[in-house]
Design a binder for this molecule. Sequence first.
Ligand SMILES: NC(=O)c1ccc[n+]([C@@H]2O[C@H](COP(=O)([O-])OP(=O)(O)OC[C@H]3O[C@@H](n4cnc5c(N)ncnc54)[C@H](O)[C@@H]3O)[C@@H](O)[C@H]2O)c1
Length: 416
Amino acid sequence: VVKVKGKIKNLKFKEEGKKLFNWAKASMPVLSNTEPEFVKERPFEGKTIGCCLHVTKETAVLVLLLKAGGANVFLCGSNPLSTNDSIAAYLVSEGINVYAWEGMTSTEYDDAIEWVSDKHLNFVLDDGGDLTVKLNKRKSQEQIQDILLGTEETTTGLIRERALLNEGSLKFPIVAVNDAMTKHFFDNRYGTGQSCMDGIMRATSLLFAGKTIVVAGYGWCGRGIALRARGLGAKVAVTEVDEVKALEAVMDGFVALPMEKAIKQADLVITATGNVNVVGKNEIKKAKNGCILANAGHFDVEIDVKYLNNFPSTEVRKGVTEFNLGNKKIYLLAEGRLVNLSCAEGHPPEVMDMSFANQAYVLRWATELKEKIKPGIYPVPEKIDRKVAVKKLSSIGVEIDKLTKKQKKYLSSWEP
Ligand SMILES: NC(=O)c1ccc[n+]([C@@H]2O[C@H](COP(=O)([O-])OP(=O)(O)OC[C@H]3O[C@@H](n4cnc5c(N)ncnc54)[C@H](O)[C@@H]3O)[C@@H](O)[C@H]2O)c1
């Protein structure tokens, strides 16, 4: 019997958490249908898995699946504002070790990561790289020697882990789950697109139709956000630093222009670049009165919150801070942190079903390997990526064609 440890807000929220969990699970058929296999095979028997993930109802479906597969799971949040306290309570009641609550301070957030990192882990599931960086930079070889593999859920985490690799300090292998086709084509694009609109609407209750909205970054997240903002009737402009992405935005029918110019007209700016200071002091100075700033990138560095904090501020609604800059008011959502996870519930379960199926299948694959993999960043094996697509299609009742022998031959031949 595993004794559950950790720190959460209150165990009494567990019944509410159970309802949310059941709701998500019903819309996550790929993961749910894997449960009987994991229960039978117990691939993670005797393994300790450390997770630094947003503590949401969808994450609950993943970690309870890992537990059903025999794992002892330690979970902390991957953002101080994104934990659902009722989910944390439900997970603890189900035997998951959780150290997370909504509204942690930066020190408490760091304590939580420290707590997971001390557990002599065999697998590491990370979203953003905070746990991986801690393990590689702050822990002794003895503390990390049993780690077989890590996985990374998001773009920013992979940037940081590739930086660790390049400086020679990555000490265990990482599988880039974010880069799987069945992850970023759907999660980053449709998940972020929809849940950002949801977060902004819940926080502000304002109308999108007719508004001028600027989306910074036309990567996977940015294009999803731009698409959904346009669908709600907004006039959408895009800012980019990549010439090809900017061209794509233009040919997709958006206006592309530099942030300095774009922000003058903007009613709402949404950043999704994974970069720092995208809406900096100079841009904020040019924003019009009443402009709302929101971020969808992993860290709270895309909007210059430090600059805004020089001005008197009030929380005018939950998650909405009004800054009085003298000549105008600027509104910041969720302290500049991930707006979809802080002001709404993060991605819909249907997309997390695919992202997390990649996570679960990669871990099972790792338990079947004969040799330890060397430190490095590895893609999700294509077989797993395609298996997730096949299972998802079948779960939603979609059939597709199969290549005939003749077609296969034609596609591998030089003959016309
Ligand atoms: N909110 C969420 O739930 C969620 C989900 C997935 C990813 N993310 C995070 O969102 C961020 C973006 O992820 P992605 O997968 O779209 O990455 P991506 O690499 O596909 O796209 C980022 C884009 O931003 C552009 N960019 C960089 N600096 C810029 C600048 N100064 N101005 C304008 N554009 C700039 C890049 O050229 C690129 O096209 C990352 O931090 C990622 O971790 C968030």
